[in-house]
Design a binder for this molecule. Structure first.
Ligand SMILES: Nc1nc2c(ncn2[C@@H]2O[C@H](COP(=O)(O)OP(=O)(O)OP(=O)(O)O)[C@@H](O)[C@H]2O)c(=O)[nH]1
Ligand SMILES: [Mg+2]
Length: 240
């Protein structure tokens, strides 16, 4: 039986976390044991305590002292998956934008030999529901821009719903990953692309958060715009 870890970073997700965890765990089968790792940044709404009170042996938590951003939360989770010898590790949001029903489909693709499977909003047109048109435009054109600058053949470079093969992930120098917001997603995919690891995109329907508040900020958007150039230049000079 393979060990699967789903990393869910949280900041004030008390309205979602107790609903999403059981849905993830319910995907366990004879072939796969699903586990959840919540990476919580001392959410003032008590998200961490709710997770601890579950006392579920398949639910783990990493508690950080203050809000430090999505990128470093995932890096901490990735290291946890490597140290604890999981087979596959997922990135997933707590807010139900990423429907847990898709989780098994990622594994079907992993078993075909892919190193990274990305849940994409931008193959087969656009599959995003309930986003303000401004935000959709921003995300869509940010992706086209990223593809042009980096040359990556990935349609949804900022996607945050993904599954990694842990042995391959261990070959990436995670301490060198510096970006934090959406650019974190771009950076991980670019590193896989440059290493010629096999990336597969599967279509998902992305739905705006069900409950709770958005943490998206302008800073994160600006970061993404210059990071793609930084990544491109680093790859040219061999310092990626
Ligand atoms: N640990 C940690 N988690 C975070 C941080 N920022 C966001 N998150 C979590 O990361 C996931 C994605 O964040 P969201 O706020 O949904 O960001 P988004 O999807 O870009 O924006 P909305 O869906 O509009 O809210 C959620 O589970 C958040 O709780 C952070 O600084 N630290
Ligand atoms: Mg969200």
């Amino acid at each position: 039986m393979k060990k699967v870890l789903v990393i869910i970073p949280t900041y004030n997700e008390s309205e979602n976390i107790l609903n999403i965890i059981p849905e993830v765990l319910s995907k366990s089968s004879t072939n796969y044991q699903f586990n959840v790792l919540v990476v919580d940044d001392n959410s003032p709404d008590g998200t961490a305590k709710m997770v601890e009170d579950l006392k579920n042996p398949n639910v783990f938590i990493l508690k950080r002292e203050r809000k430090m951003g999505l990128g470093t939360a995932y890096i901490a989770g990735f290291k946890y998956s490597i140290e604890n010898k999981f087979d596959y590790v997922y990135e997933m949001d707590a807010d139900f934008s990423h429907d847990p029903k898709y989780l098994p489909q990622f594994l079907d693709e992993m078993e075909k030999g892919y190193d990274l499977v990305v849940g994409s909003r931008y193959i087969n047109g656009v599959s995003v529901v309930n986003w303000p048109i401004r935000r959709l435009f921003l995300s869509y054109f940010a992706n086209i821009y990223t593809r042009i600058v980096t040359g990556m053949k990935v349609h949804d470079t900022t996607a945050g719903f993904a599954c990694y093969d842990v042995l391959k992930l261990a070959q990436i120098d995670l301490d060198k990953v510096k970006s934090n917001g959406y650019s974190f997603q771009i950076e991980m995919k670019f590193k896989y692309y440059k290493k010629k690891f096999k990336i597969k995109e599967i279509p998902i329907l992305f739905i705006d958060r069900r409950a709770g508040n958005s943490k998206m900020s302008k800073k994160v958007v600006y970061e993404a715009f210059y990071i793609v150039w930084k990544l491109k230049l680093k790859s040219i000079f061999g310092t990626l």
